[in-house]
Write a protein that binds this ligand. Structure first.
Ligand code: AMP
Ligand code: MG
Length: 486
């Protein structure tokens, strides 16, 4: 891929078109910036020269302190339901949209910073981020991308040299994030609650143009936008469920209009399969437990639909009827995406009918739950079983009779091992290895992080030297906890 430019041209589209949702702001200058990790393939995709990004000008861009003269960095306003409770004004409390750039394929991508200092939306927070949580977002978002799951991307993490006070004093950092946009359900909630219909209309047009252009030609563009976002989220959350991803904080401000996964805070992948798994230290009620994610997404989409009602139809009862029908597509679309994905994971693209395969999936997951079997390891070992060697799979379970009863009809359906190897990752960011890599990086040792990034960047392709990364966690008794890192 050709490096088309060195310095990016940063457009200020969001700032210009949606000024009511943007406050012009500048990043805080880090006392001693040091590039910790740079995503060179992504830099090239963006038409940026990695060598330049590593130099002073590049680090200036990646911390928001050296920008093209006409750049218009802004903190974005949004509202949001957090764990069900509405906050009318959240916004970028520690983030900045530097602007949009055109990537090498001509697509518009937001360049955005997290941890860049306080803004008018900080609400008493310090506006900062610690190195560990920013590296965590880098690792997990890049793992999701490599797994083929829509996500915001991570371009770089720069240590700031400014300590951040959490429970301990931690090294501070800025994450440079790339997204097809940062429009969220919460952006629409903010615009709708302002009562400014013109703003809401411009926001809808902006979202349609950037993410769901076919909706522009529909009779009711706002309803077509809703249909498109419902479809994108139904598919996205199905993909999370298939790899065992738990987002952890599915508030409406953390759900995109693009259908990309965003805001990697307390997220983590399942170790032992248990649908009730909650990792986040703040999710006491288990609202965002693994198995609740489709319902949480549907709930958020209902909040999104509410914001669009005045643009769906002038007559409220008609608007509600149409929006309700649109939301009704979520469950069947999600179920279809999950079933198709599970068929591939079991290596059964054709053959048994959907009900039979769904039943097989339920039975397998129940065996895994009862045996506290590692989700990723089980599906990968099942691929080995499809090649004829069932022992690695059987050996994961205590209930061998139950496993053999499950295996017989599955093997009789002639599963495709090549499809399974392409569908069931061998490397995911395993919690114990993520923690190990982040702890070492916080102490200044980047070796474990480099190996982890190498493993997760090619998740289906088993390679020598990465054996530790294929193994389940030593049993922690189910006590793993994640924190928002705020
Ligand atoms: P989150 O749930 O992490 O996406 O964050 C929810 C809200 O809290 C957003 O408005 C963030 O900008 C804000 N926030 C999180 N951490 C901080 C911080 N350290 N300083 C200021 N605002 C923050
Ligand atoms: Mg957020």
């Amino acid at each position: 891929m050709a490096v088309t430019s060195v310095k990016p041209v940063l457009q200020g589209r969001f700032a210009r078109e949606l000024g009511e949702l943007a406050i012009a702001w500048r990043a805080q200058t880090p006392p001693d910036p040091e590039l910790v990790v740079l995503n060179e393939p992504l830099a090239l995709e963006l038409g940026l020269d990695p060598a330049w990004l590593r130099g002073p000008g590049g680090v200036g861009l990646l911390t928001g302190t050296v920008l093209p003269a006409d750049a218009t960095p802004v903190a974005q306003a949004y509202a949001g339901h957090q764990f069900g409770g509405y906050s009318p004004r959240l916004g970028d409390g520690r983030a900045l949209l530097l602007g949009e750039l055109l990537d090498a394929d001509g697509r518009t991508r937001d360049l955005h910073l997290k941890g860049s200092g306080p803004t008018p939306f900080s609400r008493g927070g310090d506006g900062l981020a610690a190195l560990g949580p920013m590296l965590r977002e880098y690792v997990i978002s890049e793992a999701m991308h490599a797994l083929g799951i829509p996500t915001t991307r991570s371009l770089a993490v720069v240590a700031t040299g400014r300590p951040v006070q959490r429970d301990d004093l931690l090294p501070g950092a800025v994450l440079a994030r790339v997204a097809s946009s940062h429009l969220r359900v919460g952006s629409f909630q903010y615009a709708a609650s302002s009562g400014d219909l013109d703003l809401l209309r411009r926001l809808v047009d902006h979202a349609i143009e950037r993410h769901h252009p076919a909706a522009a030609d529909a009779d009711r563009p706002a309803l077509a936008l809703l249909d498109a976002v419902v479809g994108a989220q139904a598919s996205l959350v199905a993909q999370w469920m298939l790899v065992g991803f738990i987002h952890g904080v599915m508030n409406t401000d953390n759900m995109t209009i693009s259908g990309e996964t965003i805001d990697y805070g307390p997220c983590a992948f399942l170790d032992a399969y248990d649908p009730a798994t909650v990792f986040s230290s703040i999710d006491h009620a288990g609202r965002y437990a693994f198995a609740n994610q489709p319902m949480a997404a549907e709930w958020n989409l209902a909040r999104f639909a509410e914001t669009l009602l005045p643009l769906v139809d002038d007559e409220p009862t008609i608007a509600i009827e149409l929006a309700t029908a649109s939301l009704g597509a979520f469950r069947p679309q999600h179920a279809a995406a999950r079933s198709a994905g599970m068929r591939a994971k079991l290596g059964l693209p054709a053959g048994p009918d959907d009900a039979t395969v769904d039943g097989m999936v339920d039975d397998l997951l129940e065996l895994m739950r009862l045996g506290r079997v590692d989700h990723t390891t089980a599906f990968r070992a099942l691929g080995t079983a499809a090649r004829g060697d069932v022992e690695p799979f059987r050996g994961l379970f205590l209930d061998l009779a139950g496993v053999d009863r499950w295996l017989a009809p599955w093997r009789a359906a002639a599963p495709d091992p090549d499809l399974m190897a392409r569908t069931n990752p061998v490397y995911i960011p395993r919690n114990h290895l993520v923690e190990e890599a982040l702890a070492a990086a916080t102490e200044g040792h980047l070796g474990p992080l480099d190996v982890l990034l190498e493993a997760i960047s090619s998740p289906y392709d088993e390679r020598p030297g990465l054996e530790r990364h294929t193994l389940p966690a030593p049993d922690d008794g189910g006590t793993y906890q994640t924190f928002c890192g705020t």
